[in-house]
Ligand binder design. Structure first.
Ligand SMILES: [Zn+2]
Length: 351
């Protein structure tokens, strides 16, 4: 059994899911030797059921008190009973932190101090407003180093936090902290985060679990009820009818669920929703497995973005409404050149 210790999460891409999705998600996770982040208030029965059914991978429990319109705020501090329940289940405990608005330094210290006082290994959750990554990262790193506690971050943004370059830059600076950083609630950018040295990261199974939306403001308009699937060549999700409409035979998938079959077969399977669910997770985990074995994962991720952007460009030429994901552009632009070229040493002052 793994998952009660932080070092056992090292380098793992986890699946963040709702309790009702845990059985299907665990099947995929087990095939890739990874684990789950269960999201909800009462994970106990699901954790016990997963263990009884033989799932031995790591499990984290995210209370998600920081999300939604009725969210808790960081000032309330982490609760003891929530972490005690996870320890009783044999798990590494996440705190049930409230939301950390920009500049809420007292709230940040409250979460870190509250976690430090609790017995057993506790991973403080920092649900951060995106703006923390614009001007406050150095202070944030200093607080984390002072607390000397590993942390799990979830990042609030109206759309996709990793679609803006200041946030990617800030997130990569956060990784300079002397403590391990885990990323929760992400999309395929979780794969990128791992390539850049994040201790562990979680991809969400639904749009809501891939984001933390602001409390106020417009929530995204619900999509039409079509089933979507992750297309590895695009590094993005697309509706099955879109995948089926595309006749090029190049969209095959080498994830264990598809075993080389074309993605068009997902729509023809007996249970398209379940097939698309398992394929989408498995395909992203396969990408991560390949990158982990790459001699230079950052270069590998950059090349994946370049090739996906080329595929998007080709499609956009014939499909005027085609949407190219902005996170790929942001990652690609930011990692276009080696660090030594991006930040050249200053020339010595001439005498
Ligand atoms: Zn697949």
């Amino acid at each position: 059994m793994v998952g009660a210790r932080l070092d056992e999460l090292n380098g793992r891409l986890l699946i963040q899911c709702q309790p009702g999705q845990a059985k299907n998600a665990a099947r995929v996770a087990a095939a890739h030797d990874t684990g789950l982040v269960l999201t909800g208030h009462t994970p106990g029965p699901v954790v016990r059921a997963l263990r009884e059914h033989g799932f031995t991978g790591p499990i984290l429990c995210d209370a998600a008190r920081y999300a939604g319109r009725r969210r808790a705020f960081a000032e309330s501090g982490p609760g003891w009973s929530w972490t005690a329940e996870q320890h009783d289940l044999g798990l590494l405990a996440l705190t049930d932190s409230g939301y950390l608005a920009e500049h809420d330094w007292p709230g940040l210290r409250r979460i870190l101090a509250g976690a430090a006082r609790q017995p057993g290994q506790v991973l403080p959750v920092l649900p951060l407003a995106a703006r923390w990554f614009e001007h406050s990262v150095d202070g944030l790193v200093a607080e984390l180093n002072r607390a000397s506690l590993p942390v799990a971050v979830a990042i609030e943004h109206q759309k996709d936090p990793f679609s803006v370059r200041y946030l990617i830059r800030g997130f990569l600076s956060l990784l300079a902290a002397e403590v391990p950083v885990v990323l929760l609630r992400a999309d395929v950018s979780a794969v990128a985060a791992l390539a850049h040295g994040t201790h562990a990261a979680a991809i969400g199974t639904t749009t809501a679990l891939r984001h933390v939306y602001p409390r106020t403001g417009r929530l995204p308009v619900p999509r039409l009820p079509s089933i979507s699937a992750f297309v590895p060549q695009l590094l993005d999700y697309r509706p099955l009818p879109t995948i089926a409409a595309r006749t090029a035979p190049s969209w095959h998938c080498d994830c264990p669920e598809c075993d080389g079959r074309p993605l068009t077969t997902l729509a023809r399977s007996a249970r398209p929703e379940a097939s698309a669910f398992r394929h989408s997770l498995s395909a992203q985990l396969t990408l991560h497995d390949h990158l982990r074995d790459h001699p230079a994962p950052v270069v590998g991720w950059h090349d994946l973005c370049a090739s996906a952007l080329a595929e998007h460009r080709a499609l956009a030429e014939s499909l005027p409404d085609w949407h190219t994901p902005t996170n790929l552009r942001a990652w690609h632009q930011l990692t276009r050149l080696p660090a030594a070229v991006r930040n050249p040493p200053r020339p010595a002052a001439s005498s």
